[in-house]
Design a protein around this ligand. Structure first.
Ligand SMILES: [Cu+2]
Length: 154
């Protein structure tokens, strides 16, 4: 009996030590993750930031033109070059041409990416476009925005 109790008492601190070791390992792992994240966050270079990721126009009467704009900003620390910007059809037809203010942005500078959504009476129904923007962004060189609407007949 007495021997067993001693064994139990010995097992107690041992168990706690094991828990502490596990906690220390977990903390060490977390600290490692934070370090890796910080390295990515503080990497220099051009960075693209967009003021919105989607335009959903809802119902748009046939023949009505709706102009939309995405504002593109270089939040990085070196010049951002916009290499390509266009709308690709996901649903519907006739992707609107992209109108880009400028292709080169200094750090802190902003430009506009415009589209005119306009469908004729023969293009009734949902339209969805994948807006592709390719840049020299140091982390995400290609982003995808959404432009969509439902064209109504007369
Ligand atoms: Cu169309």
């Amino acid at each position: 009996m007495r021997g067993k109790r001693q064994e139990t008492q010995r097992a107690g601190p041992g168990f706690i030590l094991a828990l502490m070791a596990l906690a220390a390992l977990t903390l060490a792992a977390c600290a490692g993750d934070k370090e890796a994240l910080a390295q990515v966050t503080f990497a220099g270079g051009p960075r693209l930031q967009v003021d919105r990721t989607a335009w959903d126009l809802g119902n748009v009467p046939a023949g009505k033109a709706v102009d939309v704009v995405f504002n593109l900003t270089n939040v990085g620390d070196s010049p951002l070059v916009i290499e390509n910007a266009y709308a690709r059809v996901v649903e519907g037809c006739c992707p609107p041409p992209a109108k880009l203010g400028t292709t080169k942005l200094k750090p802190g500078a902003t430009t506009t990416l415009d589209f005119r959504y306009s469908m004729g009476t023969s293009m009734v129904g949902p339209h969805a476009f994948d807006v592709v923007v390719a840049t020299n962004d140091a982390v995400e060189p290609e982003i995808h925005l959404i432009l969509k609407g439902v064209s109504l007949g007369e």
